[in-house]
Ligand binder design. Sequence first.
Ligand code: KG4
Ligand code: ZN
Length: 335
Amino acid sequence: MAQRLRLLAIETSCDETAAALVTQSFKVESSIVASQARAHSAFGGVVPELAARMHLERIAQVCAMAMEPVAGDWTALDGVAVTRGPGLIGCLAVGASYAQLLAAGWGLPVVGVNHMTGHVLAASIEDPELEPPFVSLVVSGGHTDLIHYRTHTTVELLGATRDDAVGEAFDKVARMLGLPYPGGPEIDRLAELGDPNRFKLPRPVLPDFAFSFSGLKTAVLYLIRDLGELDQETRADLAAAFRLAAVETLCIQLEAAVEHTGCRRVVIAGGVASNRLLRETARRRLQGLAEVTIPEPRYCTDNAAMIGAAGLVRVSTHGFDAAPVDIDPGLRQYA
Ligand code: KG4
Ligand code: ZN
């Protein structure tokens, strides 16, 4: 890792406008996240046009706030890291354009970063000594991936969801229970009050480390339809049963991947990794099998510190980008 690098990192792939200062050894000097969740909740999900417009309105101020630890001095920076994908095209374009404008104005190099690699490498903020190889379960609103992160340049996708991402399933079940968007944290809170064993739900385990959450979501839908009017206790029991089934499904596949790869290290990342039950269950089940690193919740959900962490790694393996940042809404491979 190059010495004394300090990056300004920018994240605008979905509905959080975020900027952070991250230095070598993965020290986070600032991390500002302006969430648009309230604006989108009226629509029950992210509205891409609105999201891009709100990024445009907020990005300058969010970056200025992130620069406070260096008193706004751009000469204290060595480069700018920005998310290049996957994400919403208009949103990515705002972040990439702004990053390149800043960089051109201040004579700084830019590095484009994969958002999903950012989620994974948020684990380096938690454990700066973290080194591959490890297995990672990456669980967000758009992805449910099991990866074998062999080196920083060789990452194998072991399995992924065939339908809904697990975060998406949390959001949809939350909506069925009349909870606001984003539903993951709402289900997590409500589930704490419920009995997870009153209702039996499936744990869909597919071959090849694949996932499928649409059947689980439909099973909840049928239960709700059959139950009729839901009282508060029943809603909590449904939330608890769904959370337990989703978490156990994730852990079963994660354990299989650990066994398959022989890896003794595991990283759990992405917005759903802030789920309390997932954090506890994975740690308990993998005890003695693997060392588990999970970023603190604020670095699991979308943020720019994780983009700074992945930017530092990218610069160490590939250097800064030679060409303008090539945004890619469907970016798939992690390395
Ligand atoms: O990684 P993230 O912030 O954004 C994407 O890249 O998609 O993940 C957002 C997802 C949403 O589906 C949200 O409901 C879910 O993460 N989420 C949770 C929790 N906190 C956020 N799901 C379950 N339990 C939580 N505590
Ligand atoms: Zn994300």
